[in-house]
Design a protein around this ligand. Structure first.
Ligand SMILES: Nc1ncnc2c1ncn2[C@@H]1O[C@H](COP(=O)(O)OP(=O)(O)OP(=O)(O)O)[C@@H](O)[C@H]1O
Ligand SMILES: [Mg+2]
Length: 192
């Protein structure tokens, strides 16, 4: 049964809830994200992005990169399209489990053995595809059976020097909270 998801995590740590209205079916491991101007986001409020031109751009960007990077390091996207009864779009994806904010830091190495190696491979995939994700944080990472997966590509861009500091900040500001050694290990895939 799909149930609407509201983040239990404080805004300083969690995602902003900038666009999608999120519905999760935990038994079926499915998540349905609605991109629509009057959605109720995971912060229990209206989206930041409410203009259909902007929403369409973000939706197309999400699909562009998830298709291009399709691999074991991304959650699977099963279905997507325009909503039929109102303005907006839907994306039906794999929900392997909660995002990484759900776990205590000290438990992460038990739940995701080789977490650092998996993150390195993920960043190597981004590099091969000449992409900066720009939001690689625990709130956009998930996984199950020890396998790490990322999602949320709506802000991703083709690599350009002007974005390098932003991509590096994801590592120094967010991912370093998992383990400081990630800073040098991941930064080398980001520098142009
Ligand atoms: N495939 C997924 N697997 C597990 N959890 C997910 C998945 N997709 C979304 N979520 C959960 O829903 C939250 C919001 O989804 P998402 O990051 O795609 O978009 P958003 O609401 O537009 O917000 P923001 O811009 O703040 O990231 C995630 O932080 C995560 O908790
Ligand atoms: Mg997000």
């Amino acid at each position: 049964m799909f149930e609407r998801y509201i983040s239990p995590i404080g805004i300083n740590d969690g995602s902003r809830g900038s666009l999608s209205e999120v519905w999760i079916d935990k038994e079926a491991n499915l998540i349905k994200k609605l991109y629509k101007p009057n959605g109720v986001t995971i912060r229990n409020r209206l989206p930041f992005h409410r203009n259909m031109i902007e929403i369409t751009k973000l939706y197309n960007n999400e699909l562009y990169w998830t298709t291009k990077l399709k691999s074991k390091y991304l959650v699977e996207t099963y279905e997507y399209g325009a909503l039929t009864d109102e303005e907006g779009f839907y994306i039906l994806q794999e929900w392997p489990g909660p995002d990484l904010l759900y776990y205590a830091n000290e438990d992460l190495p038990l739940i995701f053995p080789n977490l650092a190696d998996q993150l390195e491979e993920m960043f190597s995939l981004f590099k091969e595809n000449n992409m900066y994700k720009l939001n690689c944080a625990k709130c956009n990472l998930t996984g199950s059976n020890g396998n790490l997966k990322c999602f949320d590509f709506k802000y991703s861009v083709v690599r350009e020097a002007k974005y390098t500091p932003v991509e590096l900040r994801s590592i120094t500001h967010w991912l370093s909270k998992i383990d400081k050694s990630l800073i040098p290990r991941l930064s080398k895939y980001v520098l142009l």
